[in-house]
Design a protein around this ligand. Sequence first.
Ligand code: HEM
Ligand code: HEM
Length: 464
Amino acid sequence: MEVRGETRIDGGQAHSAVKGYFLSSASWMVVGTLAGFIGAIELVAPDLLGNIPWIVFGRIRQVHTNLVMFAFVGSGLLGVIHYLVPTLVRSPLYSERIGKVTLWLWNLALVAGVITLSLGDTQNREYAEMIWPIDMGVLIVLALIFYNLFQTVRRREEPLLYVSVWYVFGGLIFTFLTYFFGNAVWHPDTGSITGMPDAILAWFYGHNILGFFFTTFSVAAAYYIIPIVSRAPLYSHTLSLIGFWSILLMYSHIGTHHLLQAPAPTWLKVIAITGSVGMVIPVMTVLVNLWLTMRGRLGNIHSDIGGKFVFAGSVWYLLTCLQGPLQSLPTVQRLTHFTNWVIAHAHMGVLGFSGTITLGAIYFILPRITRKPLFSIFLANLQYWLVLIGMVGFFTVLTAAGLIQGNGWLNGEALYRILPQIHLYMVLRAGLGILILGGAVIGLYNIYRSIYGRERPRAHSAER
Ligand code: HEM
Ligand code: HEM
């Protein structure tokens, strides 16, 4: 597969939406990780920051999760799909203007989200905390993006629809439906239904948003970037289609594995557990396909900073999705549920897998749309190592803390009596957070300069 023709439309404004999404992603990564860092300090020393209402743990945690997920990873991936689809179908983006409208509306929704969540205005359902008017904004953005990209495909010159295009449209359709139903938008005041059915609905949403928003677009990016960087055709088109259809089949109904300790119907739990184990099929077909494509060519991957990030993301995908089925088993979850083990898994999935692929895709695509080298390969490498070391550290420390919590609780210890035992781990987590936060700041500087800076002498930078 080779890089497809660049597109220039709307009076030289080509790719301005993509650049805007990338810059938003890099900026939000700084704000979002800062919020996580504040939360981590509060878990170490609850009184240290005083009792400022808008950063108390319950609020800053929601600001953190919404920002790192939707604003950092989400904005980055939305930028990626605005590049992937036109490039793969060899047709300019239907409307750069609609692209920019979605960019501004998306950022407006995110700013409104930070303000309202900080003020305590929340619907308190995990990852669906933002209030109704903001949900409406998100749905409008998703619909407009679908329209814009669909019109682009309708005008395509390339008859073959590559698998990345399938993933993008599958992702857009399923994310829209998941967001619409999951946020119970027909109940504007609460964004929820009631009782156990609402818990089931909330985790239908909570899990599917990970599977259909973050996973599909990340996989689309990996499927596009790995063959180019490896300089080899995709190993198997058939495997890629099996992976696509099986993820739609498996992922859509396993959210109840978050409710194994709750009074959800047993038949639903059985379906959720079986489907969770079955998730090995879509995950492994993608990974086997990608890794056989790059077989014997790891050198090529590692000489490209974008490819390097994407490859690391694919390894995190394997680890996340080996751990996921494991912790869907009731015997394992008795020990791990509600502990920091799950927080470790969450960071590995969202930052390790999806976030790392997002960063890789940004570094891969930027030189191609700015037509100049990245500002600094060195800084991108530095960010790579900071995020990688931070993530490995997070995983180790949080998993250990989780096992201590789980064992203590199973032995009948009261929740508060375990806290001194995990204190050191919370300190280490906050320390490791500085690495990731530092990586975010470096990334913002590098991405900003790559878009707006003047070209530097080649000795300091390199174009792929
Ligand atoms: C871009 C990178 C990051 C991503 C994608 C990310 C993602 C997440 C997610 C998904 C959760 C929810 C976990 C769950 O409920 O199971 C979470 C919680 C949290 N994260 Fe992050 N995070 C990132 C960086 C950081 C950093 C740098 C810190 C600073 C130390 C941090 C600290 C926290 C804390 C304190 C929580 C709450 C944990 C709890 O409730 O016990 N995160 N993060
Ligand atoms: C094979 C695929 C996967 C399976 C079977 C799986 C399974 C699970 C299970 C059972 C839990 C709940 C654990 C508990 O509460 O005790 C969980 C939590 C979570 N997973 Fe996964 N997972 C998978 C892949 C992923 C991926 C790819 C991501 C990220 C893109 C991800 C992100 C998360 C997050 C953020 C949570 C925390 C939710 C919360 O706030 O409680 N997972 N996963």
